[in-house]
Design a protein around this ligand. Structure first.
Ligand code: GTP
Length: 323
């Protein structure tokens, strides 16, 4: 049996991403004109997932008008709305009630961009006859994350909270496969953290919890600078594109790997290269932007020249990936 159902956890407050998340839930922030959630849905669909439940809470009303019943994306989508946020574990338990199939379920944190193969993770889960399997990745500095210890058979032996000197750099990458028995063990209608409560309790109960280590591109889009870094990752020369109703002057040039969001205007003789321009931006005449990121609605004056900078975010935390 293979995995055909998914739950997307998209109900968090996204406090580290404020002010961008005051009116838009973090998973609805856009990467090249499409919400993070949409990138994940398309990835799930490519891996053979047929139905997805979006576990929403904070600003839940924003998701339905965009995704509807999923027919425009070729996948069945429904919604499990938490009146009071139930935490990641509580959200999984609640959303599972809305799934039509009764097979194992793949669960995504709604703020991750990852190039790992879901099909390989599913095959790994099945070949180990796992109760739960987690996608794990290695990071250069594991201090901001909880880390995971594995035995030679890739069975997880412990989960450790964030610490100053982590003994390993292998971390939980936020994509899990659960069998239904493991989901049913999560208390219903209670606030539960899957990372802090469910996983350690499952280990204590002797469950078969496995870690699928994959080190292809992975990023936790937790703060504004990570949103920029993820955008940069997607901006391949072949990924250039224009949103709807973009007005690019005939004398302007958009070069290798540039995305211009809906409703933006690019003035005469401007040259935009390997850059991401948000929605409704106004780029003046004779502007030259190389490897830049311009936030929605930002105005760049005539004659402005910049390389490797971001414009329009009121506040950035973390490292600026443009440096
Ligand atoms: P911060 O407030 O900045 O930590 O962000 P966050 O609220 O998104 O929390 P975190 O990054 O830990 O959440 C991981 C994923 O789980 C995100 O995709 C969240 O949207 C989602 N999530 C977190 N808490 C809940 C919840 O209570 N209910 C649901 N449905 N999803 C949640």
């Amino acid at each position: 049996m293979t995995v055909t159902s998914a739950i997307l956890l998209v109900g968090g407050m996204g406090t580290r991403m404020q002010p961008l998340t005051l009116s838009t839930p973090k998973p609805m922030l856009e990467l090249l004109g499409r919400p993070i959630t949409e990138h994940q849905i398309m990835k799930a669909k490519e891996a053979g997932i047929q139905e997805i439940v979006l576990a929403t809470s904070y600003l839940s009303e924003v998701f339905i008008p965009h995704f509807g019943d999923g027919s425009q994306f070729g996948i069945q989508i429904s919604y499990a709305v938490e009146e009071v946020a139930l935490g990641t574990g509580g959200a999984i338990r609640n959303a599972a009630d809305s799934l039509r199939s009764d097979g194992d379920v793949i669960i995504f944190n709604g703020d991750i961009l990852s190039a790992h193969s879901l099909q390989e993770q599913i095959a790994f889960h099945e070949s180990n006859d796992a109760d739960i399997s987690l996608h794990l990745t290695r990071v250069p500095d594991a201090r901001p994350f909880g880390v995971v210890d594995l035995d030679e058979e890739n069975r997880i032996s412990s989960f450790m909270e964030k610490m100053e000197n982590p003994p390993t750099n292998v971390i939980n990458a936020g994509c899990y496969i659960f069998n239904r028995t493991s989901i049913q063990k999560i208390p219903h209608g209670e606030v539960v953290s899957v990372e802090r409560q469910t996983f350690p309790e499952m280990l204590k109960d002797g469950a078969r919890v496995f870690g699928y280590i994959d080190t292809s591109y992975w990023i936790d889009i937790g703060n504004p600078s990570a949103l920029l870094a993820a955008t940069r990752e997607l901006l391949q020369p072949s990924a250039s594109g224009l949103g709807d109703d973009v007005a690019v002057d005939a004398s302007a040039q958009l070069l290798g790997g540039t995305y211009v969001g809906a409703g933006s205007v690019i003035g005469p003789h401007s040259i935009i290269e390997n850059s991401a321009i948000g929605r409704g931006a106004r780029i003046g005449a004779g502007v030259r932007l190389t490897r830049c990121h311009v936030a929605d609605g930002t105005r760049i004056p005539d004659g402005f020249i910049a390389e490797g900078q971001y414009f329009g975010f009121t506040e950035l935390t973390g490292e600026n990936p443009y440096n």
